[in-house]
Structure formats: C-alpha cells, structure tokens
Design a protein around this ligand. Structure first.
Ligand code: C2E
Ligand code: MG
Ligand code: MG
Length: 542
C-alpha cells in the first residue's frame, strides 16, 4: 500500500451512523473506506476497492476488511470472493483478541480507576529492581483520610465515584513515567522512577495542594486529603514487598501525628521492622522444632513459707543467641500471629510438667500459665483446657491462667464468656501485673478472678514511696475482701518481705526466694527448700 494512502486512512474510526449502516448492509463498507478516498487513491495508483464490514460472532461490527487494486481493468469477481471468505475469520480473530485484552485488563488493573492492581505493581517493581545501573525510585503510599465517613455519608456508589475522581486528578498530577496503582480500598501507590526522597517530597507537597481543590461528587464538593508514607529504593528495603510495608508504617505514623501529612521511612524504623520480620520467622521455626521451653518461678506463702505454686515463663533457647527472654519475643509473637500457638504449647507443657513432677515426688500445688489477650476471643480455648486436664488426669485447681489488664479491659461478651467458662472448669484465673493498666476496681468485682498479682513496680518502691505503699495496702485489702489470693511479684529484699507480711499479703514471688529456673533445677531447689527460703529461717526465728 502506498504510504500516503495508509496515512490517510490511519486513525479512522467508525461512527455510530457508520455502524448502523454497516449492520444493515455489510457492503456499505466500500463507501466508507473508498468513496471519499477515491481521488487520493487514484492519484497514488489505486484504482479499485472491495470492502466488507467485519461482523464478530457475537454480532458486533468490529471493523472493515478492504482490498485495493492497482489494476485499472475490472478483474472478474475473485477479489470480492477473497473479501467475503476472509471476513468471518477476521471477526473471530478480533473477538478473541478483545477477549484476551479484557482478561488481561481484569487481571492486571484495578477496574475502578484503571490503575495497576497490587499484583501487577509488584511485577513492575520487581522488573525495576532487577534493572542494572541507576535504578533507584521512590514509593509513595497515599491513604485517603476519613474515607469511611464519606462512604457512610454518601453510600458506596458515590464513594466509588469519589475514588474515581481522585484517581483522575492524581493522574493529571503525575508525569507520564510515574506508575500509579490502587490495591483496593482507599490506598494509592505511586512509584516515581529515578527519584530521591526529595523529589518524592516535592511531588507530595504539590499533590496535597492540588487535592484541596474540591471534587464534585453527586452535587457535593469534597476535597481529598491523604496521609502519605514515602520509601526509597534501595535505602528502605530490597524488594517491593518490604518497601511498601515500610511505607505503610510511615503512613500510619503520619496519620497518627497529623492527617494530611507525609512521613519518610526512617532507616531506624526499617531496621526495627526487619528485625521483627527475622525474629518472627525464626520464632516460627523454633516453635516447630521445639526450641521453646518453660522456666518455673516458685511462689511462696507469706505466712508459712510453704510453696504455693510456680509461674511458668517461656524461654526461647536459641542455638547461638542462647536464652531469649519473653520481653523480646512475646511482642513479636503477638504481632506475627503466633501467640496462640505459644499459649497452647505452654498450657500443655505446664500440665505435662506438673504431672511429671508429681510422679517424681515433687508436689507443686499449682502451675500458672500466662496467656495474651488474643486467646480470649477464641472459644476453642475452653475445650482445649478441658481436654488437657483430662489427658493428664489433672484436678482443675492445679492450673491457673494469668491474664493481663488488657483482657480485663475488653468488655466484649465473647471475652467475658470465655473467662467465665474457664472459671467454671475450676481452673484459677489470675490478674497479672495489676496496677499498670487502666482497669477500674469495679471491673475487678465483675470478673470471676481467683487471684490478683500486684505489679513489681509497686514492690520496687515499697520501702520509700508512700504512694506505692498505699496502693499495695489497698489492693491487698480489696483482694482479701473479695476472696481473692493476693500475690506480690518482684520481691527482692528481706525488708520488702517483712513489710508485705505485715500487710497480710498472701503469696510472694521474686528473686529473694528464687529466679525462674528449668524444671530440673526446680526439682533440685524443691528438695532443699530451707537453704534458699528466708521465710523458713524467719519462721524458726519467731
Ligand atoms: P510476668 O508474668 O509478670 O512474669 C514475671 C516476670 O518478672 C518474669 O519475667 C520474671 O522473671 C520476672 N521476675 C520475677 N521475680 C523478679 C524479681 O524479683 N525481680 C525482677 N527484676 N524480676 C522478677 P520474664 O520471665 O522475663 O517474663 C516477662 C513477661 O513475659 C511475663 O511477665 C509475662 O507477662 C510474659 N510471658 C512470659 N512467658 C509467657 C508466655 O508463655 N505467654 C505469654 N503470653 N506471656 C509470657
Ligand atoms: Mg505472669
Ligand atoms: Mg506479672
């Protein structure tokens, strides 16, 4: 085909009128692609044209197939036959192509905004990272502020319209090489190639300003505000996954401090988040391999110096790092969803150990196990404890579950039901670290508690701080009156012990008597109690 003729036809589209005419008569096609081009065609040596509209199998007119001839004389009717023979195949091919386009659109793009969806964004980031040379870029995570209010006020359909309008405006603010993505919800991710944090900050400042111009949604004038987290490659993470998750942490921080603001991922945050990730997966591994164990700390009856029970405390025996303390890994377990597994494991291990001790002639009346708040949303905790008691043939009074004030603060029926069900089994319920949270005394009376543990911070200052002494005295009084056993944690000195005994505290736990120790060490300690218990010494002094 002469290049000039191609240029003349290029970009030609069928109008609605054309399509209506073609649907009536497929041969109308030649009037569209030839009649008004005839003089150009002839000047370029094209003398005739055979054309037919292409009808896809679904009946839609999807194009025109035209055959042009340089021959000045009519050539029988074979060109016409070629056209009519080829047209049905063209229809099928075009329809398949459109279907494939549609599927790929669905798979790769967010249908609402036409931006990349999450999985294609990750693919793009992967390609960008694998590029050699200067491949730095910035990732901006923009989270719309108060979108839920807009959704609630206007309904989801108008909420979508608002998102669409925002997307359109964002697009006008971005250069053509920026990558825009929406992963659902009210989060947008914008990737700026070859950008430093400074470029990203300038962009977000301009965007914030431009977004203040209101958008019209169903007659309402709404302006959009975003909280933004900004991460840069390679400083803030080695892959798309970590860059986006760090940008998310920074975005949350921005939202907390001031809506509509932005925050850069700091390398400190990145390091901490990476540590948590590493620790989390190492913990999963440790749990599977049985590298966690329990240490036991004795609790002593203040009046008699007899052993009241032990508290089971988790230890993670790391092959190279040694014993890792719960202050480091319990929070990680809570964040990475492993705390329930740890709870189930420690309950079983504690029940197994107390029966094992019993068989070995070591009588430990009660073992206390710490459980985090998350456990109490799960109804399966109760049958699980019942099964354990049955399995080890253990009387329910031999087990106590320690809960924290965050469990006590949770007023949901679910939690209350689980707590009462545990208590109904006959298992003890202890309020750990009492006095550190914001729980009220009135809630104490409404929970089925058997025990309160006064937090170590009060005992620490007991001798010097009259406030700590007042609180301790009051809690011991209330606990006793409510029929609960009062335990004090962190008793380290004989002076504290004397004072607590005079305040009629029931049970004492702390380094003064013994540190948490392995099951074997506890057995040794048990067999020679006098040597280690000043309570006994004191008792004999009297
Ligand atoms: P907690 O339940 O209040 O446990 C008492 C903590 O105080 C223990 O720390 C214990 O070693 C320490 N301690 C005891 N006596 C003294 C003392 O005289 N002086 C001082 N300075 N400290 C004393 P540990 O073992 O590091 O446990 C820390 C916390 O981790 C526990 O506090 C408990 O809340 C949590 N925890 C431990 N094991 C588990 C577990 O298996 N599951 C859950 N959810 N939490 C656990
Ligand atoms: Mg405890
Ligand atoms: Mg405690």
């Amino acid at each position: 085909m002469p290049r000039r003729f191609v240029a003349a036809l290029e970009g030609m589209t069928l109008t609605d009128a054309d399509i209506a005419a073609l649907a009536n008569d497929l041969d109308e096609a030649s009037s569209i692609v030839w009649e008004s081009y005839r003089s150009v065609g002839i000047s370029l040596g094209l003398h005739d044209c055979w054309a037919s509209a292409i009808k896809a199998p679904n009946g839609k007119i999807s194009g025109i197939l035209a055959l042009y001839s340089r021959n000045q004389h009519k050539v029988a009717d074979w060109p016409k036959k070629i056209v009519s023979g080829a047209v049905p195949f063209c229809g099928v091919v075009i329809e398949q192509y459109e279907a494939r386009q549609h599927i790929s659109q669905l798979a790769n793009y967010d249908p609402l905004t036409g931006f990349l969806n999450r999985s294609s964004l990750h693919k793009v980031l992967k390609t960008m990272i694998s590029q050699p040379g200067d491949n730095r870029f910035a990732v901006l995570l923009l989270d719309l502020d108060r979108f839920r209010d807009i959704n609630d006020a206007l309904g989801h359909i108008q909420g979508d319209t608002f998102l669409k309008a925002i997307a359109e405006r964002l697009k006008t603010l971005c250069r053509s090489n920026y990558i825009l993505s929406r992963s659902g919800g009210d989060d947008f991710v914008i990737v700026i190639p070859n950008a430093t944090a400074e470029t990203a900050v300038n962009f977000i400042k301009a965007t914030t300003e431009a977004m203040q111009r209101p958008l019209e949604v169903a007659g309402n004038h709404l302006s959009a505000s975003f909280s933004t987290g900004i991460a840069t490659f390679p400083e803030n993470g080695p892959d798309g996954e970590s860059l986006i998750s760090h940008a998310e942490v920074a975005m949350r921080q921005a939202k907390k401090e001031a809506r509509g603001s932005y925050r850069l991922v700091s390398t400190v945050d990145t390091k901490e988040a990476q540590d948590r990730l590493v620790l989390g997966s190492a913990l999963r591994d440790a749990l599977a391999k049985g590298l966690l164990n329990l240490h036991y700390q004795p609790q002593i009856e203040a009046r008699t110096g007899e052993i009241y029970g032990v508290e089971a405390l988790s230890r993670w025996n790391h092959p190279t790092l040694g014993n890792i303390f719960p202050s480091r890994f319990i929070a990680v377990a809570e964040e990475t969803g492993q705390i329930e597994a740890i709870g189930r494991w420690s309950l079983e291990e504690a029940c197994r150990q107390i029966t094992q001790w019993e068989r070995d002639g070591v009588h430990i009346p009660v073992v206390s196990v710490n459980l985090s708040a998350g456990h109490f949303h799960n109804r399966s905790l109760v049958p699980m404890i019942a099964d354990l008691l049955r399995k080890y043939g253990l009387a329910p009074e031999r087990l106590t579950v320690e809960i924290t004030e965050s469990v006590m603060m949770d007023e949901s029926d679910e939690t209350m039901n689980v707590l009462s069900a545990i208590r109904k089994l006959g298992v003890g319920l202890s309020m750990d670290d009492f006095g550190t949270g914001f729980s009220s005394l009135s809630r104490l009376t409404r929970l089925p508690l058997t025990e309160i543990k006064i937090d170590r911070s009060f005992i620490m200052n007991l001798e010097t701080d009259p406030n700590a002494q007042a609180v301790t005295t009051a809690v011991i009084g209330i606990g006793n009156r409510l029929g609960m056993t009062v335990v004090t944690e962190g008793v380290e000195t004989e002076a504290q012990y004397d004072l607590l005994e005079s305040l009629h505290c029931d049970v004492l736990q702390g380094y003064l008597f013994a540190k948490p120790m392995s099951a074997t060490d506890l057995e040794i300690w048990y067999r020679e109690p006098r040597k280690l218990m000043p309570a006994m010494k004191k008792g004999s002094d009297k």
